[in-house]
Design a protein around this ligand. Structure first.
Ligand SMILES: [Zn+2]
Length: 530
């Protein structure tokens, strides 16, 4: 069964101009040329690889010689001429690959042959693929024929590299730029092929193919071939194996841990992906791609309907861009992109990737300039560890009229620790209050709905009252704050965080990876740079 799939790209190669996927304007122009009999001597088809240049050239050759074209321009596919082109046995349609035949002699052969009339059809047609590969003298030899070609001769050139073709040649051709096939058109095409082949598929699977194919039908179909040969279907799970892709959801976890500034979970997530077969460098690429798409989504929310988002990702993506600012995305992008280059050059890619991720984690505990402006005290941040989630953003994230589900009255469980209180204040957008809680209060105890604190004199006079009001509202019941006069000598949240950060840094600096790096680089000191 798998054998029949090997030829998918061939089997579903378009046979008519009107079957070309996503090249409407090209088809329209060619149609006019043929119908009005204003056919140029030479065509130049330009486009990225796999976009259908050779296919288009063959269809065009068929159209020019077809005995009974449909609607006067589209090859019928049934006449002797069309059939001969399909079988590559048409005496007047000569195909040549300039990549392998670049010499003047090869061109002379063509030029000499061009003087003889067509045998089977109206025109003698030369299809020259990768025409930019011709040598300079070969181009020169061509030029004369192109200037005054015999009436029965047509040239169809195809190239991926337009800039390598001399201006003198370009100016004598009718040029067509074959567009990259739009994602939606490509996806629809894949669905059609799956249906015809009676192969099962899932949406995320098709989207992965579309994403990888980069606008090339051929690449998309050959990827689909491989998936079918290996798994008998086109599903995300199968493609993940095939491509060594990091699981999309695992990638999301990684991003979220990064943004939360959790080095332990970040490393764990990264290592799990690598253990499951993902290439560390590909993980970075995927992460960069994800951040890029999130930045686009942040700028233009309607992009959520883009074919690139998997069904399961959509909600996460929308939430992410709601919470995080463009500044955060830019910062992630810059550091990752720079790090990506370092990883490519590194003799130790795996540790370099991990160090890069750790760097991002630690970086996340530093507020951005705008955060500092919005909240001058935010040397420590309201969400606990994270800095990629920021005060100004949390403002954007929840609306009083439409609170997130956690905020619904009576469904919120009572707090078990001070962290829960921090969460409550963050959710309630009470960032100034939170900042005071972090800097001006020592925790004593928490029981049910009563929080005992030692409140410093630096706190505003209405701090206790405000905190009570907000927490009562949040937990949907009266909440009590008691101010204990005696200092319990515990650290404030801000102090604690600073200490934890220092410890984490020390731990990272003492890790085996860093020690190894120190030895390799022969340096005595490595600093954590934020
Ligand atoms: Zn025909």
């Amino acid at each position: 069964m798998s054998q029949s799939y090997v030829v998918l790209a061939r089997k579903y190669r378009p046979q008519r101009l009107t079957e070309l996927v996503g090249q409407e304007s090209l088809v329209k122009t060619l149609q006019k040329c043929i119908q009005n009999n204003t056919i140029p001597h030479a065509f130049l088809l330009h486009g990225i690889r796999g976009v259908g240049k050779t296919t288009t050239a063959r269809i065009l050759a068929k159209a020019l010689n077809c005995e009974s074209p449909i609607d006067g321009f589209d090859p019928c596919g049934k006449c002797a001429s069309c059939k001969a082109v399909d079988k590559e046995s048409h005496l007047d349609v000569i195909e040549m690959d300039a990549a392998s035949r670049t010499s003047v002699d090869d061109i002379r052969e063509i030029i000499d042959g061009a003087h003889y009339k067509a045998v089977m059809g109206r025109y003698k047609i030369y299809i020259i693929d990768e025409v930019h590969m011709l040598s300079k003298s070969a181009f020169n030899a061509f030029l004369k024929t192109l200037e005054e070609p015999p009436l029965h001769v047509k040239f169809i050139f195809a190239t991926t590299e337009l800039h390598k073709i001399p201006e003198t040649i370009l100016s004598r051709c009718m040029r067509f730029d074959l567009k990259r096939i739009p994602d939606d058109a490509l996806k629809n095409h894949l669905i059609t092929v799956c249906d015809k082949e009676k192969v099962s598929y899932d949406d995320p699977g098709l989207q992965v193919i579309v994403r990888c194919a980069g606008g090339s039908v051929r690449d998309a179909l050959s990827l689909m071939n491989q998936a079918i040969a290996m798994h008998g279907n086109v599903t995300y799970e199968g493609l993940k194996d095939l491509l060594g892709l990091a699981d999309v959801m695992a990638l999301w976890d990684l991003l979220i841990f990064l943004c939360k500034g959790d080095p332990e979970k970040t490393l764990k997530a990264q290592r799990e992906m690598v253990e499951k077969g993902a290439d560390p460098l590909l993980v970075l690429e995927d992460l960069l791609d994800l951040i890029y798409r999130l930045a686009c989504l942040k700028s233009s929310p309607s992009l959520i309907h883009d074919a690139q988002w998997l069904k399961d990702e959509k909600k996460k993506a929308q939430e992410f861009v709601e919470i995080h600012s463009m500044g955060v995305l830019m910062r992630l992008w810059q550091v990752l992109l720079k790090g990506y280059d370092d990883v490519k050059l590194s003799p130790l890619p795996k540790p370099t990737v991990e160090m890069l991720l750790l760097q991002l984690c630690y970086m996340s505990s530093i507020p951005t300039p705008s955060e500092l402006l919005n909240n001058p005290k935010s040397g420590s941040l309201p969400t606990g560890k994270s800095a990629f989630s920021t005060p100004s953003l949390i403002h954007e994230s929840s609306h009083k009229n439409a609170p997130p589900t956690e905020l619904k009255k009576n469904t919120v469980p009572l707090p078990h620790s001070l962290i829960d209180i921090v969460q409550a204040l963050t959710q309630s957008k009470e960032l100034i209050l939170l900042s005071h809680l972090e800097h001006d209060a020592h925790f004593v105890s928490l029981e049910q709905k009563t929080l005992l604190l030692h409140i410093k004199e630096s706190a505003p006079s209405d701090f206790k009252k405000k905190l009570e009001t907000v927490l009562s509202h949040y937990y949907g019941d009266t909440f009590y704050i008691k101010n204990v006069s005696e200092n319990p000598k515990t650290l404030t949240l801000a102090e604690k965080r600073a200490q934890e950060k220092k410890e984490k840094e020390e731990k990272a600096l003492n890790s085996p990876v860093v020690k190894q790096l120190k030895e390799m680089l022969d340096v005595s000191n490595i600093e954590v740079i934020h």
